[in-house]
Design a protein around this ligand. Structure first.
Ligand SMILES: Nc1nc2c(ncn2[C@@H]2O[C@H](COP(=O)(O)OP(=O)(O)O)[C@@H](O)[C@H]2O)c(=O)[nH]1
Ligand SMILES: [Mg+2]
Ligand SMILES: [Zn+2]
Length: 266
């Protein structure tokens, strides 16, 4: 499945893009069975990226399925870097069984030091890029080869622009920022899948301001924070909150603040 719409979806059927009827909750990346121009079954998903439905906190919505890689796109300025949002994506990746990488876009707007400072608190691979200068696009292309990836991140960080740069064509709509009132508007309204060749397939997600991975367990939180291991804490089951002799409690650290926010929901 490569794109959803009202009462139907777009599928790639032996290389041909077709619209078919669909009444099932499909997500981009799903493998579907079609009978008489209609989706009748969804194959079990290998991995999923889900978020809590903003309209109904008890429901999880699958954003994309069968992903190998979650590309968390962020910028340092315009919009400002949000470490807490990156953490929430890391939790969703750990829970969904997807490898995460961080793509710091709009590198043309910040210094290497600023980018270094923002990224070095995360224990995942990262690449700096700019769709203005072309920096990092080839490196990103290498990382995506042979994989189904999703571009996720705050609205306006340049996800659609990155996808267009990789495709070498305007395959995704991007948001202009010339009109002040339209800044950060949601220009990508639904997710869709683009084939870049080299076995690289990429899903662009709509810009979202909030991403809530929903209720999580301590084990899932630990997977997303490998640097917060309990090896140097007094207790092996330390949650790094009120325990004595905890090695990670640091009220001044934004990463610790992120841990506390996520741990509060345990
Ligand atoms: N300076 C700069 N602006 C960029 C870059 N990439 C994208 N933009 C701009 O950022 C705005 C949002 O881009 P868009 O791709 O729609 O972001 P999305 O909401 O994450 O899909 C647009 O005005 C782009 O032209 C970049 O590398 N550098
Ligand atoms: Mg977009
Ligand atoms: Zn601890």
């Amino acid at each position: 499945m490569i794109g959803a719409g009202q009462g139907g979806c777009t599928v790639n059927l032996e290389g041909k893009v077709r619209r078919v009827k669909c009444e099932m909750p499909v997500a981009p990346g799903d493998l579907v069975a079609i009978l008489h121009e209609k989706v009748i079954a969804i194959a079990p998903r290998r991995t999923t990226l889900s978020r809590t439905d903003p309209a109904n906190k008890h429901r999880q919505r699958v954003i994309a399925a069968n992903l190998d890689l979650l590309v968390i796109v962020a910028s340092i300025d315009d919009p400002p870097f949000r470490p807490g949002l990156v953490d929430r994506y890391l939790v969703a990746a750990a829970r969904g069984g997807i490898d995460p990488i961080l793509c710091v876009n709009k590198a043309d707007l910040s210094t290497p030091e600023q980018i270094e400072e923002a990224t070095n608190r995360f224990a995942i691979p990262w690449v700096r890029c700019s769709t203005r200068t072309g920096e990092g696009i080839e490196e990103l292309r290498t990382l995506l080869a042979g994989k189904l990836s999703v571009l996720a991140g705050h609205s306006g960080v340049g996800k659609s622009s990155v996808l267009n740069a990789l495709a070498g064509a305007a395959v995704a709509r991007t948001g202009g920022i010339s009109d002040g009132s339209k800044r950060g508007q949601h220009t990508t309204t639904s997710s869709s899948l683009v084939d870049l060749g080299d076995g690289a397939r990429v899903i662009d997600t709509p810009g979202i301001r909030a991403f809530d991975p929903g209720q999580l367990t301590l084990a899932e939180l630990r997977t997303a924070f490998p640097d917060f291991d309990t090896g140097t804490c007094r207790f092996a089951d330390c949650t790094h909150r009120a325990e004595p002799d905890c090695a990670h409690r640091d009220e001044a650290s934004p990463r610790y603040a992120s841990w506390l926010r996520l741990a509060a929901g345990l």
